[in-house]
Design a protein around this ligand. Structure first.
Ligand SMILES: Nc1ncnc2c1ncn2[C@@H]1O[C@H](COP(=O)(O)OP(=O)(O)O)[C@@H](O)[C@H]1O
Ligand SMILES: [Mg+2]
Length: 588
């Protein structure tokens, strides 16, 4: 709570003070309107004083006008503060999440993160604005009204005053239960969002495996759980009203009985009595809201707690405070005794040492799950090595700034993300200032220009979620164009041409060969042509470097590479040979 005040509310103290002044006006006007009942009854109805009638009517009008205006003012001011808190927190949270290491986003379900931005932040806002309104408007009104009650008749005032605390105790208890229910609801809602997102995105898989019924029952089960939690919360919250209602009834009954008795026996004038009753009735609403305040506050605090937990989680991979910008001379990459594991005690890489000399191309080959992609994850520091080190031109990657480190390499990975934007923006992602000619040239080199021109709006066509659909091969070519445009000295290619058909692969391959010239390239190879072009081949198996050499050397060695070649590349090789024969025959 104090943290909430310190971090979210402080910038708006000025607005809040203005709002509270408005609220104080509302409270004063409310109390005044109750107080005015006394002259209305005594002077107008009993004394029939016509002069005072106009004066009092005027006073009543002014009181209500002030109340209306002040109410408008406080409501606008509080909405401003509340919405600002939402917007600021969203911005702060997003900025914080952008610092998180890649692994964080793999571990954290997306739905969970999204519900922080919507539900939790909203609850926090509700708590803040309700707390302020409760304290400002309702509490001050209550003080004013209780003041009027005591002013009119202190004995009656005491009766009302004793009943109020009795009503508050059970309602405070409810607040605690509220909080527990709310935390559970948030968790279920997060899971719910995640499940929805997954099944919509995976609609193809759901349909092709006939799992519609299964997913329906999963969604139903989770929706039902959310229902029962929300309903439980509503029940708890609703309990506050009847408690107030019946205790309010008791108070009013006592006051009417005792006050009426005194008016009849002339120890109290009717004006004071009516003024008192008016104050009591007017006190009912703010009292009810104050009693409910605890519940909203508890909900909001639960939301705030979850937000702060996230904001407190520091990224495990951070830039050193004294990090230097990398000075690239050739872009040579070196792994020295690198050990790494995603999960404790399960080494993904062990004692990996090799070098990608500046300007050379090194191919990584190995069975699936061997750890090839992991190596590419370590170089840009998506993860940090457990042991050993990785250097670029002799500098440990952990001593470099993120900007210079990631700026000196272009990565084309297996999973390709196209953003919900135009083709142009997707290619220029990372270099938004790139000139049109550069973008087109990169697209041409990636064999993407032709299919882009066939799209409805050419380079202005929207791709991604809500745009034109592109095939797997087209995505890959766009990703290669993006990497080409980046024009970085180090290239990291993770099976970059795996989704291409033979025709476009040939185009891209020649473009890649051009791109690789003079650059340091580490390529995870799945095609024989890539392997043959490499200066050196490293064979990775179960996280270890098992063989190194050129294609001919490795075949002669007759180890894992030779076996992989049999399985993976030989068909391709023969195909190529056949093509060559055909070409030769055709040429003859
Ligand atoms: N994010 C991750 N969390 C935990 N384990 C992972 C993660 N990514 C990969 N692994 C594991 O690390 C090993 C190496 O994976 P990877 O480098 O992707 O293999 P390759 O690219 O050679 O097919 C595999 O056993 C894989 O299950
Ligand atoms: Mg891989």
């Amino acid at each position: 709570m104090s943290r909430l005040a310190r971090e979210s509310i402080r910038p708006y103290v000025g607005w809040i003070v203005a709002a509270i002044i408005c609220m104080a006006l509302v409270a004063a006007a409310t109390a005044a309107s109750a107080w005015l009942m006394k002259p209305v009854i005594n002077d107008v109805f009993f004394a029939k004083n016509e002069e005072l009638l106009w004066l009092i009517s005027g006073a009543v009008f002014v009181t209500f006008a002030i109340k209306g205006l002040a109410n408008y003012g406080q409501s606008v001011l509080m909405s401003y503060v509340g919405q600002r808190i939402i917007t600021d927190t969203q911005h702060r949270l997003y900025a914080h999440l952008m610092r998180m290491e890649l692994g964080f986003f793999h571990d954290m379900p997306t739905g969970n993160l999204i519900s922080r931005f919507t539900i939790d932040i909203n609850m926090m806002r509700a708590a803040v604005s309700n707390a302020l309104t409760g304290l400002g408007k309702d509490f001050l009104s209550l003080i004013g009204l209780v003041g009027v009650m005591f002013w009119q008749d202190w004995q009656l005032g005491l009766i009302a005053f004793v009943v109020f605390p009795i009503a508050v105790i059970p309602i405070a208890r409810l607040g605690k239960r509220m909080r527990k229910v709310t935390v559970n609801t948030q968790e279920e809602m997060g899971q719910f969002t995640t499940l929805l997102e997954q099944t919509f995105q995976g609609a193809r898989v759901v349909k092709s495996y006939g799992m519609e019924e299964y997913e329906k029952s999963r969604v139903r089960a989770i929706a039902e759980r959310v229902f029962s939690l929300v309903f439980k919360a509503a029940r708890v919250r609703s309990l506050a009203s009847p408690i107030m209602e019946s205790l309010g009834g008791v108070a009013i009954t006592l006051v009417i009985a005792y006050g009426g008795f005194r008016v009849i026996h002339d120890s109290m004038d009717p004006g004071s009595f009516f003024s008192f009753i008016t104050a009591l009735l007017l006190a009912y609403e703010p009292m009810k809201r104050l009693a409910n305040l605890n519940a909203t506050l508890q909900e909001g605090l639960a939301g705030a707690q979850r937000l702060f937990e996230l904001l407190d989680r520091e990224p495990t991979i951070q830039e050193k405070p004294d990090a230097q910008a990398l000075t690239i001379t050739g872009g040579g990459v070196k792994l020295e005794d690198v050990r790494f594991s995603y999960v404790t005690d399960q080494a993904a890489l062990s004692d990996m040492s090799f070098e990608v000399p500046a300007g050379k191309t090194v191919a990584l080959v190995g069975p699936s799950g061997a750890g090839k992609s992991t190596i590419l994850n370590l170089i840009p520091r998506f993860y940090d090595v457990g042991n050993g080190r990785i250097t670029i031109d002799g500098t440990d990657v952990r001593d470099a700034t993120f900007e210079s480190l990631r700026g000196c390499m272009a990565l084309v990975s297996q999973e390709i993300t196209l953003f919900d934007d135009t083709v142009r923006a997707n290619i220029a992602y990372g270099r938004p200032e790139a000139a049109e000619e550069e973008i087109i040239e990169a697209a041409k080199n990636a064999a993407a220009h032709d299919f882009i021109m066939e799209m409805p709006d050419g380079y202005d066509t929207y791709v991604g979620e809500r745009g034109t659909k592109v095939s797997g091969g087209q995505r890959q070519r766009l990703a290669i164009a993006r990497a080409m445009l980046k024009n970085a000295p180090i290239l990291l290619l993770d099976e970059a041409t795996s989704a291409l058909d033979t025709e476009s692969e040939r185009h891209v391959q020649s473009a890649l060969t051009k791109l690789m010239q003079g650059r340091t390239t580490l390529v995870i190879a799945h095609r024989l042509s890539t392997v043959m072009d490499a200066d050196l081949i490293h064979v990775i198996d179960r996280g270890k470097l098992v063989e190194s050499g050129s294609h001919t050397e490795l075949i002669a060695h007759d180890g894992i590479y030779a076996r992989l070649y049999q399985l993976q590349f030989r068909d391709e090789d023969q195909q190529q040979a056949a093509n060559d024969v055909q070409a030769a025959a055709g040429g003859a």
